[in-house]
Design a binder for this molecule. Structure first.
Ligand SMILES: *[C@@H]1O[C@H](CO)[C@@H](O)[C@H](O)[C@H]1NC(C)=O
Length: 219
């Protein structure tokens, strides 16, 4: 009988510790209605400190900037217009943001990662080839039609290309107030100061002359 009691207590303890592990793994719930970013504060925290709630207005939760197409007249033929905490201070601490992506015919949003966010994209106009590569180097890809949705898992390298005959337009939601982006080609070939030629030549199994040539394309 005493043994039963010990096992029961032990089981309960294990159950509670499993459960609390899971709770601890997620972001903490907000402890107040909002924490609008105070961009003028000199205090550094993970994110932004809260503005005085009495000074918060509807404008802190508003952004009118996703109505206009971004200019796609650039080498990649696409343009990402962001709606994150930098444009909408009211997103601070909420783990969510949006982007609008415009694509010229043939334009790409080149292979990149968001270190802090999963992305879910909905295609509003045109036709897009999309894909991501997982850490086992498996490539997952689809061609999207208007209305289709695709998910890019957090931190994995992904891209989109307009494979239709008209401009394409997508809206994507990201699970961070400030997802961050590293575009692979730029990260490696346009870093400042530049990566050593010897590193890139060996990594890509090409000559240092070819490394210099590629670096010049980004200048
Ligand atoms: C994206 O579009 C905006 C608005 O037209 C423009 O100011 C910006 O320079 C464009 N960015 C690129 C990379 O072309």
């Amino acid at each position: 009988m005493a043994n039963d009691m010990i096992y029961f207590t032990l089981g309960l303890f294990l159950l509670i510790s499993c459960y609390s592990d899971r709770v601890m793994a997620g972001d903490p719930d907000p402890l107040q209605d909002f924490c609008v970013a105070d961009m003028d504060s000199k205090v550094k925290v993970n994110g932004f400190v809260c503005k005085d709630p009495m000074a918060v207005s509807a404008d802190d939760f508003f952004f009118g900037g996703l109505g206009q197409a971004g200019n796609t007249d650039n080498p990649v033929g696409s343009n990402v217009t962001m709606a994150n905490v930098m444009q909408i201070p009211g997103l601070n601490t909420f783990g969510i943001s949006l982007v609008r992506i415009d694509y010229a015919v043939g334009g790409i949003n080149p292979p990149h990662t968001h270190p802090r966010a999963t992305e879910v994209l909905v295609l509003l106009e045109g036709q897009l080839l999309v894909g991501f590569i997982d850490t086992a180097n498996k490539f997952f890809s689809k061609t999207l039609e208007k209305g289709d949705v695709f998910v890019f898992p957090k931190a994995l390298v992904h891209f989109q290309q307009n494979v239709g005959h008209e401009n394409a337009l997508a809206i994507a939601a990201l699970s961070s107030q400030l997802p961050g982006a590293q575009t692979i080609a730029n990260t490696l070939f346009a870093a400042d100061p530049p990566l050593p030629d010897s590193v890139l030549a060996k990594a890509f199994r090409i000559t240092q002359e070819l490394v210099d040539y590629i670096q010049k394309q980004f200048a």
